[in-house]
Design a protein around this ligand. Structure first.
Ligand code: PGA
Length: 249
């Protein structure tokens, strides 16, 4: 199976209940089925139930930005993948670089979270990416390969797992790697997945993330082994995000 394309929006700690308006607009904009990618928005936990209710039966899916590694238990303030499934989430982002940096999440923890997502019957979006100093030291590929091996659990299949390559220095900065650098990294990620999972790994979707905008989406999405985008800032407004989905129209 060739990988499915996915345009995923990560709203981070942005948005309010009034942002349901943006979801409405996105539902409208994608209702003609003229796009060939899946469309996903990941708002803060507290909005998932309401947004998922509104998008039932539409072309927009709703996901989460993180989850706990356990299905339930005494973990004050945390949310489990089972609970996310219960309120209608389809995907869970795990290991975003902001979680790795702000909450010192390790690849071992990301591995456990991704396994919990699969256990709950949801799709994990496992994020990897090098820092600027790692790229400057020519260690980008080694760092990303190490993150893939340590973060992607054995339960991963092309049906329940999406990989997102997001160079940390490109997130929210307006800077992007060259299309060749993106293609080289995505080719390398594909090769690592094939070593880990065999030829079935050709079916995993590998997203690029980091300053994707309507103006650069088509070019970035055309790179080798790029099967979609994980978008932060440009996913907050339906008009911008729809402009990125245009890469698949
Ligand atoms: P950005 O964020 O599109 O605002 O650079 C991407 C991300 O962090 O997923």
């Amino acid at each position: 199976m060739p990988p499915k394309s996915l345009a995923a929006g990560n709203w981070k700690m942005h948005g309010t209940l009034a942002s349901l308006q943006e979801i409405e607009s996105l539902v409208q904009a994608t209702s003609d089925n003229k796009h060939s990618c899946d469309v996903l928005i990941c708002p803060s936990f507290i909005y998932i139930a309401a947004f998922a209710e509104r998008t039932k039966g539409t072309n927009v899916m709703i996901g989460a930005q993180d989850c706990h590694a356990h299905a339930s238990g005494a973990h004050t303030g945390d949310v489990s993948a089972n609970q996310l499934a219960d309120v209608g989430a389809s995907h869970v982002i795990v290991g975003h670089s902001e979680r790795r940096a702000d909450h010192t999440e390790t690849s071992e923890q990301v591995h456990a979270k991704a396994a919990a997502v699969h256990e709950a019957g949801l799709i994990s979006i496992v994020c990897v990416g090098e820092t600027e100093s790692e790229r400057d030291a020519s260690k980008a590929e080694a760092v990303v390969t190490g993150q893939i091996i340590a973060s992607v659990p054995d339960s991963a299949t092309p049906e329940n797992t999406v990989i997102a390559y997001e160079p940390v220095w490109a997130i929210g900065t307006g800077r992007t790697p060259t299309v060749k650098d993106v293609a080289d990294m995505h080719d390398s990620i594909r090769a690592t997945l094939i070593e880990q999972f065999g030829q079935a790994a050709n079916g995993f979707s590998i997203l690029y993330g980091g300053s994707v905008k309507p103006a650069n989406a088509k070019e970035l999405m055309s790179a080798s082994n790029v099967n979609g985008a994980l978008v932060g800032g440009a996913s907050l407004k339906a008009e911008d995000f729809n402009g990125i989905i245009d890469a698949y129209r």
